[in-house]
Ligand binder design. Structure first.
Ligand code: GUN
Length: 311
């Protein structure tokens, strides 16, 4: 299957079987379904509200946070936008989190990572009320997920599960290789894939920067989930025919004419081998954002005791 990148998205230019898993479309459908969940809560007198806290100068982080606000607005979730000077003492961030924890009008709290070096990220994550921890990074929520009783699944792996379900990918009994051991993606992804649940029941190999002979692992896989943050590190030679490829990477690389976004997968050669593949952009990224909304609606339902159906 050959794809061409035109006007911001990949299009198929030859006729074979490879399925392009369209995260933009699935995410739009989830957002649309979430509107009725939000309306149901709002009709009880509470409007869901997400607070974001940004304590860095990184333009990419600023863009991510601003997109999260736009998404919230689209589905009827209110937002509070807090920025803290990256030079400020850590205590300022801790005080902000404490205030948000006790503010009943705030249902979800997201502290955008990375944080400045003088702030202990783990201490911040521990400080967020686990019921408002819409990232799912608090140790209580991590423990619940590992124990098979998730409260908030981290947004990227949760979004990937939704994509696999939407694309009709069978995970039960599949050999899945997850590349990357981050707390945000790799570890929770591996944990979710082994659970006795939808988009679970897979046999998982978790690979990372010290894995020997990565290609021998990926060639054995039915599903490859690349989340190492290394531009185009997986190519078609590392895959067997018929693999499902999920690309979590969003890497900006320099080109002769400027720069472009690429994933952790070399798309053209991987698409030649894959049965199904996610593009970058337009694959996992929009799903991560949609699942933040999902978690925020769930957080509102939990903290206000309103029962609500989620898509
Ligand atoms: N920075 C990069 N990804 C994430 C994420 O999923 N949540 C937060 N809070 N910060 C991030």
């Amino acid at each position: 299957m050959r794809f061409k990148y035109v006007a911001g998205k990949y299009s198929c230019v030859t006729q074979t079987q490879t399925q392009l898993i369209d995260g933009t479309e699935v995410a739009a459908s989830i957002r649309s379904d979430l509107i009725s969940s939000v309306n149901r809560i709002t009709n009880t007198g509470t409007t869901p509200q997400l607070a974001t806290v940004l304590m860095n100068d990184d333009p990419a982080s600023q863009t991510y946070v601003s997109m999260k606000h736009d998404d919230c607005e689209e589905v009827g979730i209110e937002t509070r936008d807090i920025t803290i000077d990256p030079e400020a003492p850590a205590a300022e961030l801790f005080d902000t989190v404490d205030e948000l924890n006790t503010d009943p009008s705030i249902h979800g709290i997201l502290v955008q990572m990375p944080l400045p070096d003088h702030v202990d990220e783990r201490e911040v994550l521990r400080r967020i009320d686990p019921k408002k921890d819409v990232d799912g990074f608090h140790p209580e929520n991590v423990g619940r997920l590992v124990a098979g009783q998730p409260r908030y699944k981290p947004c990227t792996p949760h979004g990937i599960q939704k994509l696999l379900i939407a694309a009709d990918i069978e995970t039960e009994g599949a050999d899945a290789v997850v590349i990357g051991r981050s707390n945000i993606v790799g570890k929770p992804m591996a944990n979710l894939l082994i659970q006795k649940a939808d988009a679970g029941n897979a046999t998982v190999t978790l690979c990372h920067s010290r894995t020997n002979d990565l290609a021998s692992k990926t060639r054995e896989a039915d599903i490859v989930i690349a989340a190492a943050g290394v531009p185009e590190m997986i190519d078609g030679d590392m895959l067997s025919a018929g693999t499902v490829v999920i690309d979590v990477g969003i890497n900006r690389v320099e080109t002769e004419t400027g720069s472009e976004l690429v994933g952790d997968v070399e798309f053209e050669s991987a698409a030649e081998k894959a049965d199904a593949i996610t593009p970058v952009p337009g694959g996992v990224g929009p799903m991560t954002r949609a699942m933040l909304l999902w978690n925020t609606v769930k957080a509102t339902a939990i903290t206000t005791d309103v029962s609500v159906e989620l898509p």
